[in-house]
Design a protein around this ligand. Structure first.
Ligand SMILES: [Ca+2]
Ligand SMILES: [Ca+2]
Length: 280
């Protein structure tokens, strides 16, 4: 997970005990990984270089770039559902993934509490794990957001397997009918190409900086409205989606560019009018 400088602590909580001994030996390995940039912004056809350095060996290291499409936006009408049965959710939106994706995000934007007091909507994301074309709320919920309010967001971690998903909006408390907006975004495109150097089997060695270059495929990106979002996803072979760095592509450079720019009085002097010219 992203973290900053300072003291950190890892806590282990044993919630079940089924052994004969009160004290059972166990081992935990803690480590960290550094990325030279917390996000990857690209514009035009320019590539970006970043460096990844891990403090521990990451066998079977995998790194992939995913680009996104504009989010799907649905307008819904809130309804009171059975508070004890999220399967009664009044809105169930299908999302089918043809290939591995990343960054599956669902955002529920409802009226503010001042405009709709006591309104409480909840958001669920389900994955048809057993591919029986049914979504079981007991076993197939892969993400949920259930605050006391009506605005909710679910972002699935790691990468998402191909298959059928559904996003559910559950009306937990709907005193009066209101409309809301549900946005769903998935990064499943291949318009960001990733190349690395120095990566040899069996993976990424501890302390060995890995140079990564990310390039936009402007032909694939050209038809999309900008900015185009995405994610750089990497990790060891057993968990290839462990780390994610957000990416964004802009068709042109941003208007605000910060440079080590120093203006002097000379730069600010008026341009002299050549002798002989007359002012209009
Ligand atoms: Ca199922
Ligand atoms: Ca809620």
């Amino acid at each position: 997970m992203p973290s900053s400088g300072g003291l950190h602590e890892i806590m282990l909580d044993n919630v079940a005990f089924g052994g004969h001994k009160l004290e059972v030996p166990l081992e935990t390995t803690a480590s960290a990984l550094q990325v030279s940039s917390g996000n990857v912004a690209m514009w035009g056809n320019k590539c970006r270089d970043i460096t990844i350095t891990s403090q521990m060996d990451l066998p079977g290291f995998v790194i992939q770039g995913f680009s996104g499409q504009p989010p799907t936006v649905i307008t819904g009408s809130a309804r009171q559902d059975d508070i004890n049965a999220n399967g009664t959710s009044h809105l169930k939106e299908d999302v089918t993934l043809d290939k591995v994706a990343a960054g599956f995000t669902a955002i529920l934007d409802a009226p503010d509490a001042a405009d709709a007091p006591l309104l409480d909507l909840d958001l669920y994301v389900l994955f048809d794990k057993n591919a029986d074309l049914l979504f079981d709320p007991a076993t197939e919920v892969v993400g949920l957001s259930g605050s006391e309010g009506a605005d909710e967001m679910v972002r699935l971690q790691g990468t998402q397997s191909p298959g059928d998903y559904q996003v559910w909006v559950h009306g937990f408390r709907v005193p009066t009918p209101v409309s809301y907006t549900l946005s769903i975004q998935v990064f499943d495109g291949d318009a960001f190409t990733v190349t690395t150097t120095q990566l040899t089997e069996p993976g990424l060695a501890a302390g060995m900086p890995l140079s990564v270059q990310v390039c936009p495929d402007v032909v694939k990106l050209g038809l999309q409205p900008t900015p185009v979002g995405g994610a750089l996803v990497f990790g060891p072979g057993i968990m290839p989606g462990l780390f994610q760095v957000p990416m964004a592509w802009y068709s042109r450079a941003p208007y605000i560019i910060t440079l080590p720019l120093t203006l002097t009085t000379y730069d600010l002097m008026p341009v002299p009018v050549p002798v002989g010219d007359s002012m209009p």
